[in-house]
Design a protein around this ligand. Structure first.
Ligand code: PGA
Length: 253
């Protein structure tokens, strides 16, 4: 893999200012693992505060509205999160797709607005258990990526994909190594085909879904796994750093 392993904590709807001490601990420890790129996506309310704490780690948002500023009560757009200190935004997380009915078309508009605001993008994809059991997982996931990316042209430095099977998120279940490897290879094939192998090589494909210190090394050592998107285990510095250490011990680091 061309790039450093990328370990991203997705705090979801967890965290008040009391979590800033965890962010500080993650940041200070990450300085000892420079071969790993470490980032967290706190809730909107903490982006600026975490950004101020962070000397080493990247800070991002978990979502953004696709539009310019306007009368949209309760929404936050890409320029606003960039102004607060975010350097990237997660889009298309399955919890957004499920809880807010987000479509690939909307996610595509979010990607465009994020790029316009100078942000990097982590595009999430992943199938339900029903889809996997029906044997349609690969076609479904590649379809999600194709339509969410639309005519997105310049992946280098800007795009990361996160494959997160829905049934593995927050459940303690992870996909088998063979399933992860097969899906990541299929995603790489799509990126090669779309952007050409040189540009595609700059796009890391993260795995997400119950990644923990105990399973991280095995997952992160798989071909085409360029890092992890971590939910539950990112909420304490101790467990999140356990994953960072595992990433630093993989061959590509
Ligand atoms: P999890 O969440 O690590 O708690 O399974 C991953 C995610 O949803 O990004």
């Amino acid at each position: 893999m061309a790039e450093r392993p990328y370990i991203v904590g997705n705090w979801k709807m967890f965290g008040t200012r009391a979590m800033l001490s965890e962010a500080r601990a993650i940041d200070r420890a990450a300085q000892r693992y420079m071969k790993v790129e470490v980032a967290v996506a706190p809730p909107y309310t903490l982006i600026h505060a975490v950004h101020r704490e962070a000397e080493q780690i990247g800070v991002g948002a978990q979502d953004c509205h696709p539009g310019a500023e306007g009368p949209h009560t309760g929404d936050i757009n890409a320029a606003m999160v960039a102004d607060a200190g975010a350097k990237f935004v997660i889009v298309g997380h399955s919890e957004r797709r499920q809880d807010h009915g987000e479509t690939n078309e909307l996610i595509n508009a979010k990607i465009d607005s994020a790029i316009e605001a100078g942000l990097r993008v982590i595009l999430c994809c992943g199938e339900s258990l029903e889809t996997r059991d029906a044997g349609d997982a690969e076609a479904f996931v590649l379809g999600q990526i194709k339509s969410a990316l639309g005519s997105f042209e310049d992946p280098a430095e800007r795009l990361t994909i996160a494959y997160e099977p829905i049934w593995a998120i927050g459940t303690g279940r992870t996909a088998t190594s063979a399933d992860i490897e097969a899906m990541h290879k299929a995603i790489r094939g799509l990126l090669d085909e779309t952007y050409g192998p040189d540009a595609s090589a700059d796009v890391r494909i993260l795995y997400g879904g119950s990644v923990k210190p105990g399973n991280a090394k095995e997952i992160l050592s798989l071909p085409e796994v360029g890092g992890a998107l971590v939910g539950g285990a990112s909420l304490s510095a101790e467990s999140f750093l356990g994953i960072v250490v595992a990433a630093s011990e993989t061959e590509d680091a």
